[in-house]
Design a protein around this ligand. Structure first.
Ligand SMILES: Nc1ncnc2c1ncn2[C@@H]1O[C@H](COP(=O)(O)OP(=O)(O)O)[C@@H](O)[C@H]1O
Ligand SMILES: [Mg+2]
Length: 226
């Protein structure tokens, strides 16, 4: 199978600073991989390169069939429809309920049929076990529940890949485990997941292929499972 992501000799910049150099990475469909490393090591910068928030300036990269070096401004929304992104801070719109948060994304990504949107919203809420919260405002649900809604939002356009940047960073250990179980289930249902984290306890609990960002580059680490 064709890889969903290929990076060859990639250098990642923040302004004029090379944050990461010589990145080589291949991710196959269906894989679940962690990108680990200390705060400030460049995990988010790498993720941003993948969702085209940072331009790929040096090296070669192909992600969900897009050549990242040739990406035009107008390609970016289409690239992002093929991926789902989950952030540490959930990023739900605080002024509207769960349903309208999801509706907003569907409308922004080209959906218009009311009935189809309703069916899709119910489907993704069901997948994350949050159907009961459809009329709740974000502030009325817990952090773990907000993150489930964020995962539901990431699934709306049936993406090939989920990018999760420290998805458990704002959650307590027990809730983190629950969110991980959800991500693992989504992975088992066929989605590729690339997750940045510095939660070493969690990766011990849910071991899978792990790449570490250290001293400005990325290498695979062999995990010892206990
Ligand atoms: N928007 C930005 N502008 C300039 N420098 C940045 C920006 N974001 C991150 N950096 C720098 O890039 C480096 C890597 O940061 P980041 O990718 O956020 O690391 P991590 O996600 O691993 O904590 C750090 O030195 C950070 O200060
Ligand atoms: Mg980060």
């Amino acid at each position: 199978m064709q890889p969903v992501l290929t990076l060859k000799d990639v250098n990642v910049y923040q302004g004029n600073n090379a944050v990461l150099t010589n990145i080589n990475l291949e991710v196959k469909p269906g894989e679940f991989i962690y990108i680990i490393g200390k705060t400030g090591s460049g995990k988010s910068s790498l993720m941003k390169t993948l969702y085209a928030d940072l331009k790929l300036r040096e090296g070669e990269g192909t992600f969900v069939d897009y050549d990242l070096t040739k990406l035009r401004e107008r390609d970016i929304p289409y690239l992002r429809r093929k991926i789902g992104i989950v952030f540490q801070d959930f990023k739900l719109l605080p002024d509207r309920n769960v349903y309208d948060n999801l509706l907003f994304v569907l409308k922004a990504t080209g959906w218009s049929e009311k009935r189809e949107m309703e069916v899709k919203i119910n489907e993704v809420l069901d997948k994350v076990g949050m159907k009961h919260a459809v009329t709740k405002m974000p502030h009325q649900i817990s952090g773990g529940e907000q993150q489930r809604i964020a995962v539901a939002r990431a699934l709306l356009n049936d993406p090939e890949v989920i990018l999760a940047d420290e998805p458990t960073g704002n959650l307590d250990p027990q809730t983190s485990v629950e969110v991980m179980q959800l991500l693992r289930e989504i992975n088992q249902n066929g989605k590729t997941i690339i997750m940045a984290t510095h939660d070493y306890a969690l990766i011990m609990k849910f071991p899978t292929k792990t790449l570490k960002v250290d001293s400005g580059t990325l290498f695979e680490v062999v995990q010892r499972t206990i």
